[in-house]
Design a binder for this molecule. Structure first.
Ligand SMILES: [Zn+2]
Length: 265
């Protein structure tokens, strides 16, 4: 196991999957990491959360992805670190301290873009699904969503072929809901926000078992289970590393997006 996936796995085990995916009892509900680049990488589902009265399993490894990608890009990050009674991608802004803290950070640090990272099952036809609420969340940076789709398609090309997946924009996970982090932060703060939904082979570098909190429904259907088990038993750590580096590279590019010549994009 190489250093990159060992580091990601240790972070996941120590801070996110610990305590049955609820995070450490004495951790704050979320943590901020500051950097120099005016972009925030967000992982609101890094631990399990309560959504509409039920426990929703975490998007595993999205916490380590936010930490490592923000270190590589020297940008900011925010990630859920303990089970909270609120789901940042579901509950209204007024009832959600995660989104309020994220908005405060956007204003204090003159942030220009937020990348909100999530996870979907291996059965997804997409390696990464980019969501911009049909362009609404990138009103402040027109074209950033199409750019992100094309950029990821290029950076991940060999792994898209290997895993038989493509990059999508605004398909089944488009962040259209008014309370998604992407939609709410772009609206509240007037900046660009993009949601990235990463499929299991592009997110999980090592099998650590479990994944679903004790007694809870798994975040995939029974029909999707064989493919999910196979991806988790045969992880592709290099694919995950390339994906994390691509997210960091995307953050760096978005920080300069306004100054890029449209023809060069
Ligand atoms: Zn999620």
């Amino acid at each position: 196991m190489d250093d990159f996936s060992t580091r990601m796995t240790n972070l996941e085990l120590e801070r996110f999957s610990v305590n049955d995916y609820r995070g450490l009892d004495d951790a704050p509900a979320f943590q901020l990491r500051t950097g120099k680049l005016p972009v925030i990488i967000s992982a609101p589902h890094a631990v399990s959360q309560r959504r509409a009265g039920k426990v929703k399993p975490s998007d595993d490894f999205t916490g380590p992805i936010a930490i490592v990608a923000s270190e590589l890009a020297d940008c900011h990050a925010v990630m859920a670190t303990r089970f909270d009674e609120c789901d940042p991608n579901w509950d209204p802004f007024e009832q959600c301290r995660y989104k309020q803290a994220l908005a405060a950070m956007v204003r204090e640090q003159s942030i220009v873009a937020v990348i909100d990272v999530h996870g979907v099952p291996s059965a997804s036809p997409y390696a990464v699904e980019v969501g911009s609420a049909d362009g609404l969340s990138v009103s402040a940076m027109p074209g950033a969503d199409e750019f992100a789709r094309d950029f990821l398609a290029e950076e991940l090309a060999p792994y898209l072929a290997k895993h038989g997946k493509t990059i999508a924009l605004n398909e089944s996970h488009a962040a259209r809901g008014a309370n998604t982090v992407t939609n709410a932060i772009s609206r509240e703060c007037g900046i660009a926000a993009l949601q990235l939904e990463l499929a299991t082979p592009f997110r999980v570098p090592q099998s650590i078992g479990g994944h679903t909190p004790e007694g809870e429904a798994p975040p995939f259907s029974e029909a999707q289970l064989p493919k999910e088990i196979s991806s988790r038993r045969n992880p592709d750590p290099t694919c995950v590393e390339v994906t994390v580096r691509a997210i960091a590279h995307l953050a760096t590019t978005l920080a300069d997006f306004k100054t890029l010549d449209k023809d060069v994009r």
